[in-house]
Design a protein around this ligand. Structure first.
Ligand code: FEO
Length: 404
């Protein structure tokens, strides 16, 4: 994609990765983009780089706007590989540039590159840099989502370069929110935000709330949010800020997700009457067969719904491996304010339902007990029990949801 002007003399010069489906083990069914930005001021300034595979793309984009050797400053908001691993290529073309980053970023980037020949300036929270007609303000955002992270605010243009925060894994020819909702939809954009937040930022809700509070307190006016992935928020940046505040506060939809796997379709057979029961209590129900669905999508759907029924057959006295992986993923993501119920078929000893509840309790999640187990294959009576269990769970979800 060619450079795109965000504001007068501020350009997106990044790359769209239409093909990536495995993003360090996190599935990205929509692809992604690596966004970096060039500000053409008295001192031309590059904000972030891109994943190393796309170095040629961003260099080509930069060259359409300026001879790279004229870049005076390179700001590294975040050193993760998808954003900082083209910096060696950039510095080879702009050897006189000064690189701005946090101390923790320097210590980390030092492990990837020989930086001995680079001019590096360590910046601290609240420091500024004048680049001509504009002043950049650096705000450290440690653990959002890595220790090195910071964001950069351009006072004159009221643009926040937010690195991963407020981003989404979307590959699109649209650069801005208003363009994307025309060629796709607001639902898809919001869904991608939920996905990104659930899989990357969920553990950091309290930090997110605090950092947004700091920005509000500092009185920074924000007209545009330009993240390092996906769509740039220019029509309604307040929308994504409110979405983040809501998600950080544990917002969910009053709905149920059923996430399951199955060996011989017995646990699967339970999902139909369960979903009918949920529906008959007036709640929307999404059913996800985990083996056929990316774990990242399951994590997002878990996070979107107030209640989730997790279903697993018992294998060697434990949960099925895909369900065990899902529970392990949740352990790292540390979700809050969600209700979990468990179900599954077993042949002799059982164990999966208990393990699901044990894991949910370790996470501090609310649980709907006892769970529902059927021996081998659900009979007609078992199907009726499943239906009633779905209804009862939905009723509990409504009660629980009303407490938020
Ligand atoms: Fe997009 Fe934390 O990297």
């Amino acid at each position: 994609m060619k450079p795109t002007e965000l504001k007068n003399d501020i350009y997106w010069v990044g790359a769209v990765d239409w093909a990536v489906r495995d993003f360090h083990g996190y599935e990205t069914p929509r692809g992604t983009s690596y966004n970096n930005y060039l500000i053409l001021d008295n001192d031309p300034t590059l904000i972030d780089t891109v994943k190393h595979d796309f170095a040629d793309t961003t260099i080509k984009n930069i060259k359409t706007l300026i001879e790279p050797s004229k870049i005076k400053h390179v700001v590294i908001n975040h050193i993760e590989n998808d954003h900082a691993t083209s910096i060696d290529r950039i510095m080879a073309l702009a050897p006189k540039a000064t690189v701005y980053m946090t101390e923790r970023a320097r210590k980390a980037l030092d492990r990837f590159f020989d930086m001995s020949g680079w001019k590096v300036k360590i910046v601290k929270n609240g420091e500024s840099l004048n680049i001509g007609k504009r002043t950049l303000l650096f705000l450290e955002t440690p653990m959002l989502h890595w220790p090195d992270s910071m964001v950069t605010y351009v006072k004159e243009d009221k643009v926040l370069f937010s690195q991963d925060a407020f981003g989404q894994h979307i590959a699109s020819s649209a650069r801005f929110d208003d363009e994307f909702v025309t060629c796709a939809s607001m639902w898809e954009l919001e869904d991608a935000v939920w996905d990104y937040y659930a899989n990357i930022l969920m553990p950091f809700g309290q930090l997110i709330k605090a950092k947004i509070g700091e920005i509000v307190k500092a009185g920074l006016e924000i007209e545009m949010i330009a993240p390092d992935h996906g769509i740039i928020w220019r029509k309604d940046p307040g929308k994504i800020i409110q979405m983040y505040l809501d998600m950080a506060a544990g917002k969910a939809t009053q709905s149920v997700t059923i996430i399951y796997d199955t060996m011989w379709q017995s646990t699967e057979a339970m999902t139909q009457p369960l979903a009918r029961g949920v529906n008959d209590e007036g709640l929307d129900c999404k059913v996800i067969k985990l083996r056929a669905t990316p774990q990242s999508v399951a994590a997002k759907e878990f996070w979107k719904s107030r209640g989730t029924l997790i279903g697993s057959p018992t294998l060697n006295n434990l949960t099925f491996p895909t369900i065990a992986q899902f529970l392990a993923n949740l352990r790292g993501l540390r979700p809050k304010n969600r209700l979990v119920g468990a179900f599954g078929s077993f042949g002799w000893g059982g164990g999966a339902v208990k393990e699901i509840y044990d894991e949910a309790k370790k996470l501090g999640l609310a649980v709907f007990e006892p769970g529902l187990q059927v021996l081998y294959r659900p009979s007609l009576e078992d199907e009726a029990r499943c239906y009633e269990f779905g209804r009862a769970f939905a009723t509990k979800v409504k009660e629980y949801h009303a407490t938020f």
